[in-house]
Design a binder for this molecule. Sequence first.
Ligand code: CU
Length: 414
Amino acid sequence: MKNIIILIVTCFCGLNGYSQQDLDFFLIARNTGEKVLANNDTIRVFGFAQSLGAQPSIPGPTLIMNEGDSVHIDLWNVSQGAPHTLHLHGLDVDQENDGVPHLSFDIAHMDHGYYHFKAPHAGTYLYHCHVASSIHVQAGMYGSIIVKPSDGSNTTWNGGYEYTNENSYFCSEIDTTWHNDSVLEHDHDTTITIHQVSIPKYKPQFFLINGLSDQQLIDENVTFNSVVNQIDYTRLTNIGYCGLRVFFPPALNARIIDSDGRPLPVEEISDTVYLYPGERYGVLTDASMEFSGEITFDYIDLNTMGVKNTQVVPVSISGDVDLEEFEKELFNFKVVPNPFHQEAKIKFKLNEAKKIKIRIIDVNGRILRDIPFSKYLSGKNSVIIGESLLLKGTYVVQMISEEGYVVIKKIIKL
Ligand SMILES: [Cu+2]
């Protein structure tokens, strides 16, 4: 009997062992914010702030919670004019808390609105105002919702993949002509549709990632930094009116694992991710080499399918500092001369005979030459490379052990 009781308690803990918490968020809706664009112009925006004295941020504050948390959001609307709501895009919440004005409630000037829900399946979601959505979203009323697994760990979902770092790229656009008072100061009544408001044809001039564009993207909160063999998780979100095509450098070994808050039934090994408006994708990466590159974001006109703009997130992968024995031994292999003109020698010293594969790849991770596994003797060894590299440029030499450990060195052909 005693054993049975212990078993039952254990099962109970197994199912409910996480401490779900009550989580409160306070947001202020404003319609008189200002945003400085990449060309230093300032435009009027609507948006969400976390205190009365603060400007709304674009995107709004990221709401981070754990699966199972009881979440309470207090949205205080201090703006005059049209009311606002908080639509919880993609979250499984009841209709009353979903923030679609005529199906739940809207929040008038100086009123508070309260949203309550249990944080659903771990994943990436978003929120936006659902009053005259086309205008209020463009005006800046949107932000990210990240649901971590129940224990809050760096795991993609309960029982999912563990990762070291996560990056979140939240994409939107700005057409400055929609930020004039004539568009933003519209009447609102839930029976009026957006089509009765006169707005110019949408022609965005600014294409944002986390609210930034162009030269602003060297911001350390945007750049993708990692080390060789580290598993990282990237959340992609599109709240713009363009489609998005995101290219990861091949050497990141990108794998699309989830979409819209659920694991994909079949994972896709692909460097390219397409996102339509409102979609979110999760991508696991695992850099196979040291390199500098970029993740490119093509903003696609969904009428013509032409690329309207491309934004670039810098990528920097440094060497793995936690070296295995093979790597320690070969960490100081030399390529001489480097830079080289015609050919170069790889020189390395082994403590004992070893089988090693030597591979030369370009900075995009394409294999240019493979010298298959060969047993090298203890002591000094040298291998000639370079004669097959025709073009000037930067390449990478990889020394690979049978167990798959890799030591890398950049080489330059002049
Ligand atoms: Cu609104």
